[in-house]
Design a protein around this ligand. Structure first.
Ligand SMILES: Nc1ncnc2c1ncn2[C@@H]1O[C@H](COP(=O)(O)OP(=O)(O)OP(=O)(O)O)[C@@H](O)[C@H]1O
Ligand SMILES: [Mg+2]
Length: 232
């Protein structure tokens, strides 16, 4: 479904992501692990078209999307949950969800009931300003907002950062459920090893803007294997 080949990007003259190669098959849940500041979010933003690539190619559903604008990629079926969740604090829960649909006019799922089924708490709080939600509720809202756009691929950048441990597994359960029920493919960045183990079938390790390892099969259950990619 997604193939990233030799991707390079960065800021001004500083190259952050270099020669990055990643592949995700339809229906998979794939994670990316790596220490702070090594370019995970820069990669994700390049994938979403928020930062231009300076080399390499991104293929999504067999189409070369390397030069497409961010909104075109969203329209083409890539949903995005930015690091820190990126909800609009002064808008209500429902308005945030409707924004998720408006980004994706042609493919939006107008029926907010689908996300309310996954996150019933958001329905109760639909008239509440997003800025007043708890961290966990904001994470749920961010995932829900991306779902309203009806994506084929959901990209999450540290979705559970800064939320309580008991809510971490709630978000992970729901993302897995969505993958199973609707068949949405998932690519997520995480530093929380437990979550990587719970959620993903495969994990790429990143360092200095590159993929330096791929953890598959039983190795993903091995804490020490994953841990080495977070150690300095
Ligand atoms: N807007 C920007 N302008 C210039 N440099 C930036 C910008 N954003 C990030 N960087 C730099 O790019 C490098 C990679 O940052 P990035 O946010 O991609 O890391 P990360 O792996 O996502 O880290 P974390 O785990 O802390 O989220 C860092 O050195 C950072 O300082
Ligand atoms: Mg980041």
């Amino acid at each position: 479904m997604l193939k990233v080949q030799g991707l390079q990007s960065g800021y001004d003259k500083v190259i952050v992501v270099r020669d990055l190669n990643i592949e995700v098959q339809e229906g998979e849940i794939v994670s990316i692990i790596g220490r702070n500041g090594i370019g995970k979010s820069t990669f994700v933003k390049t994938l979403m078209g928020l930062i231009p690539s300076t080399n390499g190619e991104i293929t999504f559903k067999e189409k070369n999307i390397t030069k497409l604008k961010a909104y075109e990629r969203a329209w083409f079926g890539i949903g995005y949950v930015p690091q820190g969740h990126g909800t609009f604090p002064t808008l209500t829960v429902e308005e945030n969800l409707l924004m998720g649909g408006s980004i994706n006019k042609d493919r939006k799922n107008n029926d907010l009931n689908l996300v309310y089924e996954y996150f019933p708490k958001l329905k109760d709080r639909r008239k509440q300003k997003a800025g007043t939600l708890s961290g966990g509720e904001q994470a749920a809202l961010a995932v829900s907002r991306a779902l309203v756009g009806n994506p084929d691929l959901l990209v999450l950048d540290e979705p559970t950062e800064g939320i309580q441990p008991n809510l971490v597994s709630h978000i992970s359960d729901i993302v897995r459920q969505i993958n199973k029920d609707i068949g949405i493919t998932v690519l997520f960045v995480e530093q929380h090893i437990g979550l990587i183990q719970q959620m993903s079938q495969r994990c790429y390790a990143m360092d200095k803007g590159q993929v330096v390892g791929e953890i598959v099969g039983d190795d993903i259950k091995d804490y020490s294997v994953l841990k080495q990619y977070l150690a300095v």
